[in-house]
Design a protein around this ligand. Structure first.
Ligand SMILES: Cc1cc2nc3c(=O)[nH]c(=O)nc-3n(C[C@H](O)[C@H](O)[C@H](O)COP(=O)(O)OP(=O)(O)OC[C@H]3O[C@@H](n4cnc5c(N)ncnc54)[C@H](O)[C@@H]3O)c2cc1C
Length: 467
């Protein structure tokens, strides 16, 4: 079999035979499909990554099969990219060096439901984990808006926060990611358990620093959630109300999102359900907090458009309210117009509606704000995932500079290297890559620094990273 990627000189027929009895996919159309994620959100990443393909897909269904796949890749010096649901936004699971794609979705068992935690195989879908928790009266502390197709391993390796983060913090906050098991890529792959803060060596490392096979996450008591939508005349009032909800002692919100009215024009499913041309606040609150929520919205000059239990939502034929939050907001616009893109921007802490109001006119008509509220550590933080009407890289750079000059740090969504997005800014995490993947087979082109440190010992990398 010739190399689909054109980047490897491995005999992929022999390789596939060596993987038996593990399921493999060699059909070029299917391999190419599994070489993509949601990098096309970014026109810059799209241009750089759309012609990068793997050569073969393996789909192990047990720990033993996974170890066999990794040992075979090690023997052939085959580049490896892990893939869960393929919903990453930065091309994290695009095989830039060609090679083997390992699809984890057949390793999908929920292994244990305990009091305050759940343990699952890395390929389990988050929606399935939430469903498995229901009987025990629990739910996940947070999940990404992609829960129907994203895996828990992909969330831990590529995600950061989600629905629930306004109550329970980011994934990296102490107690949320309780433990994980990762396999090394060696002649005889070793399983290593990471607990507590040690999990951060592997979290958000985009599958460079070990192959996650099992994850233990914190769970919280299940509540009866009501999906809410309220509308406002001014964006900064919607934002200020979001902050007021986050601070309110009588509203235990699980989601708080604010969306510029111009973005809401791209939500056809909400036509007739929310007021037209108004700025939107999306929230999930416990059923018993509805009166307090209604009072607060009215006191802030807003209008409650929708308050619905899940059953009512289904009767009305509406999507989940979180389909209008996080990166689903961007997706709603992209469904209508592929010239839109987005950015990831931090905001002053504590949230400052006046700073948001002052920034809006400086950004220009091609930037439409959308904020998510979360807790990181004990603090209420917000971040902007604006819709940007892309014209040129230069204009994008100018928008970034305007944000930064006004005290809003940009965590660039248009970069394909793991050190570019903010959570793994230096060398240090690569010490764990050296320990877990000494040959550097796991997704190495995604690190800006790997080539510079790959011949050092893990300890030397740690010292260099600390400088
Ligand atoms: C519409 C939309 C909405 C989103 N909303 C959110 C959100 O609310 N919160 C959020 O944090 N993110 C969000 N994201 C980003 C993404 O969905 C999440 O990061 C998601 O959890 C990724 O899971 P996945 O299974 O699709 O991972 P993939 O995209 O398959 O993989 C992500 C990264 O993890 C690596 N990986 C996968 N499995 C393993 C493994 N077993 N071991 C080691 N590495 C592995 C991959 O190589 C890749 O680098 C969103 C994306 C989209 C497109």
């Amino acid at each position: 079999m010739t190399s689909i990627s054109g980047k490897t000189d491995i005999d992929w027929n022999a390789f596939a035979a060596a993987l038996a009895p593990v399921e493999t996919i060699a059909e070029p159309v299917l391999v190419k499909k599994r070489s993509r994620d949601f990098f096309w959100y970014s026109p810059i990443l799209n241009a750089e990554l759309k012609t990068c393909f793997g050569d073969l897909v393996a789909r192990p269904k047990s720990l033993d099969e996974m170890a066999h796949v990794l040992a075979t890749a090690h023997a052939h010096n085959a580049p490896i990219v892990l893939r869960g649901g393929g919903t990453g936004n930065y091309g994290q699971s695009v095989p830039m060096a060609g090679g083997l794609i390992i699809d984890t979705t057949a390793m999908n068992k929920v292994l244990e439901v305990g009091d305050g935690y759940v343990r699952a195989e890395a390929g389990a879908l988050m929606a399935d984990i939430n469903a498995a928790l229901a009987d025990s009266g629990q739910e996940m502390a947070m999940f990404p808006s992609t829960q129907d197709i994203a895996t828990v391993g992909g969330f831990v390796a590529g995600g950061s926060a989600g629905i629930g983060s306004i109550a329970n913090g980011a994934l990296r906050d102490p107690g949320n990611l309780m433990a994980l098991t990762a396999l090394s890529v060696e002649a005889a792959p070793q399983a290593r358990v990471f607990e507590g803060a040690e999990t951060l060596h592997i979290h958000h490392a985009w599958g460079l620093n070990g192959v996650i096979t099992e994850v233990t996450l914190r769970t919280v008591p299940k509540r009866d959630w009501v999906g809410c939508m309220a509308t406002f005349d001014a964006y900064d009032t919607a934002y200020a109300t979001g902050h007021a909800i986050a601070q309110a002692g009588d509203i235990a919100a699980k989601l708080i999102t604010t969306v510029d009215a111009r973005i809401c024009a791209y939500f056809p499913k909400l036509d007739g359900h929310i007021r037209k041309d108004k700025h939107l606040l999306v929230s999930m609150i416990p059923a018993e907090d509805q009166d307090a929520f209604r009072r607060l919205i009215t006191a802030q000059g807003g209008h409650v458009d929708l308050m619905m239990t899940d059953a009512a939502r289904q009767d009305m034929g509406l999507p989940h309210v979180f389909d209008f939050s996080y990166n689903h907001t961007t997706l709603q616009v992209l469904k209508a117009d592929r010239s839109a893109t987005y950015q990831q921007v931090g905001c002053p802490i504590p949230p400052d509606p006046q700073a948001i109001a002052a920034l809006r006119p400086k950004l220009g008509d091609d930037v439409w704000m959308h904020h998510e509220f979360a807790r990181v550590g004990a603090e209420i933080v917000t971040f902007d995932l604006p819709i940007i009407w892309f014209t040129t890289p230069e204009r994008l750079a100018e928008i970034n500079a305007t944000y930064e000059a006004n005290g809003f740090p940009v965590y660039d969504a248009h970069t394909w290297n793991v050190e570019g997005g903010g959570l793994k800014a230096d060398y240090t995490h690569l010490a764990w890559k050296k320990r877990m993947d000494p040959k550097g087979l796991l997704n190495s082109p995604k690190s800006r620094f790997w080539d510079a440190v790959k011949d050092l010992t893990p300890e030397q990398i740690e010292v260099k990273g600390a400088k």
